[in-house]
Design a protein. Structure first.
Length: 347
C-alpha cells in the first residue's frame, strides 16, 4: 500500500510538471505590443446552454456562441465570479469552479480573459454591495484576509487549469465602495485597504496581470474625479480605470454623452497616468442601428485616449437574448442569431 501511494504521487507530480512546462509560457500574460481588446461578458452562457438555448449563425447553422462572438471580431471574454452563489438560473452560478471551466473554454478559442471579482454571492453594483454570507460576521481584519484569500485562490485555480487572465477586476461597479458597510466610500481608508488586498493577491499569482478598478457612468467626469482622487489620496493600488457606459440607464441617447465619455477617458489618462478600458457597455436590442453606431463611437472614443492607453471595449452579456434573460440591453435576435449591431466590433 505504501509503495502504491509513492508511485501515485510520483506520477501525479510528473503530470503536473509536464502541464506546467508545456503551458506556462503560452498561458502567462507578458508585456507585448499594443492590441485593442474587443469582447463580451458572457456569465449567463453556461446556464443558457444548460437550459437548452441554441445559438445560430446568420446562415441558420447551429454554432458555439463563443465562436459566433469571435467571428464578429471579439478577442476577449470577461467572466464574473461569485463566492458561494445559488443555483438560480439568472442570478446564481458563476462560482469559482464554473468560472474556471468557462475561462478554459474561452482560452481554447484564443480569447483573452478578464476576471471580475464581485466579492459577493450575487450581483454587486452601485446599488448593492452585499458581503458573502460566509463573511457576514467577519471583523475588518478578517475581511481583508477574505479578499486576499478568495482572490488568490481563484486565480490559482485558473493557473492550475492553464489560464492566467490578462486582467482582474477588484470589485464590480464600486462608486460607493464594496463589502458594505466596512468598505463603503464613507470610509475610504478601509476601502483602499480592501482594494490593495485584491491587488496584492493578484500580483502574488502573476505580476503581469493588470488590476482594474471599476466605476459606472463613464460619461460622468465629476464622479470619476471624486472617486479616483480619493483612491489616490488613500494610496489605493491599481493599473487600469474601468468604466461602464450605458446611455439607456441614464435615459439619454449616446449622441448627447459620447463626447463626455471621450473627454473623461482622456482626463483619466492625463490626471492619473492610468490606462482606461470600457469594461461594460450595452444598447437596447430593439434599436439595432443605434446600438451599432453607439458601439462604433465608443470604440473610437477609447482609441482616442493618448499614448495607446485606451485598451478596449467589452459588451455586457450580448448573447443574453431577451426571451431567456429578460435583459433589454442584449445584442441577440429572437431566432438565436447575433444582432448585426455586433458587427461594430469587426472594425
Amino acid at each position: 500500500m505504501k509503495k502504491s501511494r509513492v508511485q501515485f504521487r510520483f506520477v501525479l507530480m510528473a503530470v503536473i510538471t509536464m502541464l506546467i512546462t508545456s503551458s506556462s509560457a503560452a498561458q502567462t500574460p507578458e508585456p507585448s505590443a499594443f492590441s485593442f481588446s474587443k469582447g463580451a461578458d458572457v456569465g449567463w452562457l453556461p446556464q443558457m446552454e444548460a437550459t437548452g438555448y441554441k445559438f445560430y449563425d446568420t446562415d441558420g447553422k447551429e454554432k458555439d456562441c463563443l465562436q459566433l462572438l469571435k467571428d464578429r471580431g471579439m478577442n476577449t471574454i470577461r467572466l464574473r465570479v461569485w463566492v458561494n452563489p445559488s443555483n438560480d438560473k439568472a442570478s446564481g452560478h458563476c462560482s469559482p469552479a464554473e468560472t474556471v471551466e468557462m475561462a478554459v473554454r474561452a482560452q481554447k478559442l484564443g480569447m483573452r480573459i478578464m476576471i471580475d471579482f464581485h466579492y459577493s454571492d450575487t450581483w454587486a453594483d452601485p446599488g448593492k454591495q452585499a458581503k458573502p454570507a460566509g463573511w457576514a460576521n467577519h471583523s475588518f481584519p478578517e475581511l481583508l484576509n477574505d479578499v486576499y484569500t478568495h482572490t488568490f485562490d481563484v486565480l490559482n485555480l485558473l493557473k492550475a487549469a492553464g489560464v492566467t487572465p490578462e486582467w482582474v477586476q477588484v470589485g464590480n461597479e464600486i462608486p460607493g465602495g464594496m463589502l458594505w458597510p466596512e468598505g463603503s466610500t464613507n470610509n475610504w481608508p478601509q476601502l483602499a485597504q480592501l482594494l490593495n488586498k485584491g491587488y496584492d493577491a493578484t500580483k502574488a499569482v502573476n505580476s503581469n496581470i493588470k488590476v482594474i478598478v471599476h466605476v459606472d457612468e463613464g460619461n460622468n467626469n465629476a464622479k470619476f474625479r471624486w472617486f479616483f482622487d480619493n483612491a489616490k489620496a488613500n494610496n489605493a493600488k491599481y493599473d487600469i480605470i474601468g468604466l461602464s457606459y450605458y446611455p439607456y440607464w441614464i435615459k439619454s441617447d449616446y449622441t448627447t454623452t459620447i463626447l463626455d465619455l471621450e473627454n473623461n477617458l482622456k482626463d483619466m489618462v492625463s490626471r492619473y497616468g492610468k490606462e482606461v478600458m470600457i469594461v461594460e457597455v450595452g444598447g437596447d436590442f430593439t434599436l439595432v442601428q443605434n446600438t451599432k453606431d453607439m458601439l462604433t463611437a465608443v470604440i473610437k472614443a477609447v482609441k482616442s485616449a493618448p499614448n495607446n492607453k485606451g485598451l478596449g471595449v467589452i459588451y455586457w452579456e450580448p448573447q443574453g437574448e431577451k426571451s431567456w434573460s429578460g435583459y433589454q440591453l442584449n445584442a441577440w435576435k429572437s431566432d438565436g442569431k447575433p444582432s448585426p449591431a455586433l458587427d461594430a466590433f469587426k472594425n
